[in-house]
Design a protein around this ligand. Structure first.
Ligand code: NI
Length: 160
């Protein structure tokens, strides 16, 4: 178990298109474990490999109301509907912004034996899958947002 350093907005690795995962070897298994540890420690619901400086098409997701997801070389097969809600990112600390995304997504991914698997998500699970997949193409949610990043603290203060 190891916690890796989360890279933040402005760092070059967050703007890169990541390369496919070729095989799941022991090193890759350790990386996936570390990604879960790092995500849970930071209280995030998703983490993509480039967020810890690894430019591979790999993400972990846990939205708490369902099984954790590992995405390996994921590809979107289908989307449906629309949802608009605030989104945040461990690489953009202290900020949120409203993002409109599909409400349902079906993706092709691979399991730990590199067998093809289909993963579906609705609501928050769909949002998390699409957000994390964007990281693999160097896209931060701010680029898809309906507004500039808002300060989380400022908002809490305004609500008082
Ligand atoms: Ni993110």
């Amino acid at each position: 178990m190891a916690i890796r350093a989360i890279r933040t907005i402005g760092e070059e690795c967050l703007g890169k298109v990541c390369k496919p995962v070729k095989e799941i070897n022991e090193r890759m298994e350790i990386l996936i474990d570390d990604m879960f540890d790092t995500m849970y420690e930071a209280r995030g619901v998703g983490l993509a490999a480039p967020q810890i400086g690894i430019l591979r098409r790999l993400c972990v997701i846990d939205v708490m109301d369902d099984d954790p997801i590992i995405l390996i070389n994921p590809e979107v097969l289908e989307t449906r509907g629309e949802q608009t809600d605030d989104e945040g990112c461990l690489s953009v600390p202290g900020k949120v912004a409203s993002v409109t995304r599909p409400n349902y997504v079906k993706v092709k991914s691979y399991d730990m034996d590199m067998n093809e698997v289909i993963i579906e998500g609705e609501g928050l699970r769909a949002r998390a899958i699409l957000h994390e997949m964007d990281h693999l193409d160097g896209i931060l949610y701010g680029q898809r947002a309906n507004e500039p990043y808002r300060d989380l603290e400022e908002e809490a203060w305004e609500e008082e």
